[in-house]
Design a protein around this ligand. Structure first.
Ligand code: NAP
Length: 301
């Protein structure tokens, strides 16, 4: 009989990739949790066979319904930089899902965590530190856990946020990495198949942490790849430092600046080898850009 896996965030990037890959595997029955069962994304998943539970991280009874009878669950927690206490809310919500998974006797929890930057580096990165605290709580409950860590999504290039067209018609990539390398992956496809492989091989992956990555590239290398495939457009890295980025006037700039500083100085542990062991089809940026050329051109038009 197919095993039920409850996917949180299935109408979003990480959970969407996981739900998509699980739906292709007859060993699993996908249950998704959404605040709006009538949204286009929820309905599209339902049409492909997903069971849809209307729920909310803030509603314990909906978490109970979502996890009742589930074999596994994929959890990615959320935060809104508009909320000054976003990290505390994220921790509260993540712990509520952990409690519900424990109560329901879920046999395999795959949690999308991130590093405890405060502990490792001595400076905070609140949307990372919050996930590390949830991970610690899950461990303290003795949940049957596999921890995954996502690097920067290649898919961020499909929204125009990280690329800006300058007056000279060149395109500037905003990642303020100051020459350092950054791990990356396709969140919508490749990472989802890697998570599915973890659910398929519980005994091998239980108790382990996997930092996903297709490869580690500098932003100059990103620029060269984008320029090659999207010519005649020319891409180049921003010269901004992470500290300058932190001072930009938008909500979350400080926390994202902290994140880029951590990427640069903390050398977070991501493994292309383990990622390809899980999903041999994991594409590097060059292949991903080639595969998404039309969508990228639309996003940057
Ligand atoms: N962007 C990157 O490069 C990157 C890299 C690594 C990690 N991350 C982390 O990724 C996380 C965001 O994940 P994502 O990009 O996959 O999210 P996303 O695409 O923004 O989608 C958000 C998802 O969360 C669900 N959701 C939001 N609030 C909820 C609530 N109160 N109760 C239940 N579900 C709720 C939404 O479902 P409905 O709207 O259907 O309810 C939706 O499916 C962040 O924590 C970030 O730190 C991002």
């Amino acid at each position: 009989m197919a095993k039920v896996v409850t996917v949180f965030g299935a109408t979003g990037s990480q959970g969407g990739g996981v739900a998509n890959a699980l739906l292709e595997d007859p060993k699993f029955k996908v249950r998704i949790v959404t605040r709006s069962a009538s949204s286009d994304k929820a309905k599209a998943l339902q049409e492909r066979g997903a069971e849809v539970i209307e729920g909310n991280f803030d509603d314990a009874s909906s978490l109970e319904r979502a996890l009742q009878g589930a074999y596994g669950t994929f959890l990615v927690t959320q935060h809104s930089f508009e909320d000054p206490d976003f990290d505390q809310l994220e921790i509260k919500q993540g712990k509520a899902v952990a409690d519900a998974a424990k109560a329901a006797g879920v046999q395999h929890v795959v949690f999308s965590s991130l590093e405890d930057v405060q502990k490792i580096m001595g400076f905070p990165c609140l949307h990372f530190d919050s996930k590390a605290q949830i991970e610690e709580y899950m461990k303290s409950l003795g949940l049957p856990l596999t921890v995954v860590k996502y690097p920067g999504f290649y898919d961020n290039y499909l929204s125009s946020r990280m690329v800006q067209k300058l007056e000279d018609d060149t395109y500037e990539i905003a990642y303020p990495l100051e020459g350092a390398g950054m791990h990356g992956i396709s969140v919508a496809v490749d990472a989802g198949f890697a998570v599915t492989a973890i659910f398929k091989n519980r005994a091998e992956w239980l108790g382990r942490t996997v930092g996903f990555s297709a490869e580690k590239l500098t932003i100059q290398q990103h620029a060269d790849i984008l320029s090659k495939h999207l010519a005649p457009r020319v891409f180049k890295p921003s010269k901004m430092t992470s500290d300058e980025f932190s001072n930009l006037p938008f909500p979350g700039a400080k926390h994202l600046g902290d994140m880029f500083k951590f990427y640069r100085l903390g050398n977070p542990d991501h493994s292309p080898e383990l990622t390809r062991q899980l999903y041999p089809g994991t594409r590097g940026l060059d292949q991903w850009v080639a595969d998404n050329k039309e969508a990228l051109l639309n996003a940057m038009s």
